[in-house]
Design a protein around this ligand. Structure first.
Ligand code: FAD
Length: 504
């Protein structure tokens, strides 16, 4: 189909990129972006762009990609825990300043002939257009006003997004244990000699430190104000990572992450795109990617569709599987980070394996291939000897001594109390009851459905039982998932695994 006039609400990465691609595909069409902010004012600091995203952008729009990559900073990853550190290579991510990302996208949109209007907040109903692309972000007013069947889930933990004006040599994950509880920094360098610092904590620590009070105090403040009291405190506890630099705020406040899901992404001539339609926890660094890939998908289906209804149905069919897959990875990653302080007794190399395998996206073999040194140390810590031969088999074959009992390998499971788990969230009240059943049991075998997602959740639940009760734990799962189960063993999620012949 051939739209005559398109209005894009929101000049973030999704809206700007959709506008450019639309104008390139339909030069005769009038494309206008309406953005509430000013051209160079934005929230946030650097964002990570993964290599997969870069490949998708390469085929849709090599000019824009070239400029983005030129401004980006590649970085390796370091985890620093209680004075230990481990470093792994990371070729997949570049850090780009959000301001530069938007400047590049604004420039390229204008070059294509898109009109950009700043400082306006029209509602979708006010816009005179054949097609309205609502890319107005996680708090989308368009989503609230329309009929999209939206569900918003709020995370348990709190985060604060700030920056520093020096370039870290690597991305850094660093927990700091304080008198109030644990704060964790996820920090990485980005263009312009700066670094993003994302600090996470749990509700109890946040309250103990008095940050519930600073958060309430900011409620009446201008939107541009940052939580300076929190920043000054965090600057002190992360002094080691900050190397005497200050933390800089930009509308920086404690927030809880909101995961948005919508039953429908369109309503009449309005279509949602990017964060307005769906969000994925920041710990997998994929929101920008999803927004820009939505733009690519929407423009691709418009071309071959006879009308908007067909185009919107095709857009959802094309984008939903990828979005939902990443949302599921993000959900697991969010739960893992929200429970991160409970794992700090693990040696840092094993913690790095646990991090990489937290969402079931990176297998032990793949991680060993890309970071043989770190994984080699983690395996020696786990098995006490030098790994050899088939890695997964080697992991399963290691003997175990636990509470005075010795097991010849990790797959010979004695008679244990069976706990059947069929749940989505291993940190839910329902899961708390299962953990309580493990207490004083002399050992637990966690059983449940054979699907991979259930086995991954079981491993997380078993980890809670191990850590909270000190009991021996075993997880039952199909032999076809032995790689996931082996990663669970090395990551300290379970002591033993019971392999079944079930189909996955
Ligand atoms: C702490 C944190 C860290 C993150 N880190 C990463 C990362 O490393 N990598 C990554 O890929 N993603 C990351 N993200 C996610 C990423 O920021 C978003 O997914 C991405 O910006 C989504 O793009 P968007 O265009 O859909 O929405 P936004 O970027 O939110 O843009 C929406 C735009 O719409 C405007 N707007 C809103 N309402 C209106 C209105 N009514 N009228 C006009 N304009 C309006 C806003 O001003 C804004 O400019 C992170 C997110 C958070 C919260």
């Amino acid at each position: 189909m051939q739209p005559r006039r398109v209005a894009v609400l929101g000049g973030g990465p999704g809206g700007l990129y959709a506008a450019r691609l639309l104008k390139l595909a339909y030069p005769a069409c009038e494309v206008q972006v309406h953005e509430q902010g000013e051209p160079d004012a934005t929230f946030g600091f650097g964002v990570g762009l993964a290599s997969g995203t870069q490949r998708n952008l390469e085929s849709a729009d090599p000019d824009t990609l070239r400029e983005l990559v030129a401004t980006g900073v590649r970085h390796d990853m370091t985890m620093q825990v209680r004075g230990q550190r481990v470093r792994v290579r990371n070729d997949r991510l570049i850090g780009v300043a959000r301001t530069e990302l938007l400047a590049v996208l604004q420039r390229h949109a204008e070059k294509a002939g898109v009109q950009l209007e700043f400082g306006v907040r029209p509602s979708s109903a006010e816009l005179d257009a054949d097609l309205v692309v609502a890319a107005d972000g996680v708090s989308s007013a368009t989503r609230e006003e329309g009929s999209f069947g939206a569900h918003v889930e709020t995370g348990e933990g709190l985060y604060l997004w700030c920056g520093a004006d020096f370039s870290l040599p690597d991305a850094v994950f660093a927990p700091v244990e304080t008198e109030y509880g644990t704060f964790v920094a996820h920090a990485y360098p980005y263009s312009g000699g700066r670094s993003t610092f994302l600090i996470e904590t749990d509700e109890r620590t946040w309250r103990n430190a008095g940050f519930d009070r600073t958060t309430v105090a900011l409620e009446g403040a201008p939107p541009s104000a940052s939580d300076e009291e929190s920043l000054r405190y965090l600057e002190k506890i992360f002094a080691g990572q900050l190397r005497r630099h200050r933390l800089i705020g930009n509308r920086t406040r404690w927030l809880r992450f909101r995961t948005v899901r919508c039953e429908r992404w369109s309503d009449g001539n309005v279509v949602l795109l990017g964060d307005a339609a769906h969000t994925a926890h920041f710990s997998i660094g994929s929101g920008t990617k999803l927004a820009m890939e939505d733009a690519i998908g929407l423009v691709a289906v418009l071309r071959d569709s006879p009308d908007l209804a067909t185009a919107f149905a095709r857009y959802e069919a094309l984008r939903r599987p990828a979005v939902e897959r990443l949302q599921e990875l993000a959900r697991r990653s969010q739960l893992w980070w929200e429970s991160f302080p409970s794992r700090l007794d693990l040696p840092v190399e094993r913690l790095m394996v646990a991090y990489m395998s937290r969402a079931g996206n990176v297998s032990l073999d793949r991680f060993a291939g890309s970071s043989p040194d770190a994984v080699g140390v983690a395996l020696r810590q786990y098995g006490g000897t030098q790994p050899h031969g088939d890695l997964v088999q080697w992991v399963l074959d290691r003997p175990l001594t636990h509470g005075g009992r010795t097991f010849p390998d990790r797959v010979t499971v004695p008679e244990l109390k069976r706990v059947h788990a069929d749940l989505r969230n291993p940190w839910s009240p329902e899961a708390d009851a299962l953990v309580a059943r493990g207490r004083g049991s002399g050992g637990v075998l966690v059983t449940g459905p054979a699907a991979r997602s259930d086995v991954l959740t079981r491993l997380d639940l078993a980890e809670r039982i191990r850590l909270e009760t000190g009991e021996l734990t075993a997880v039952e799962g199909p032999a076809a998932l032995r790689e996931d189960l082996a990663a669970g063993l090395v990551s300290g999620r379970t002591d033993l695994v019971s392999l079944t012949e079930e189909q996955v």
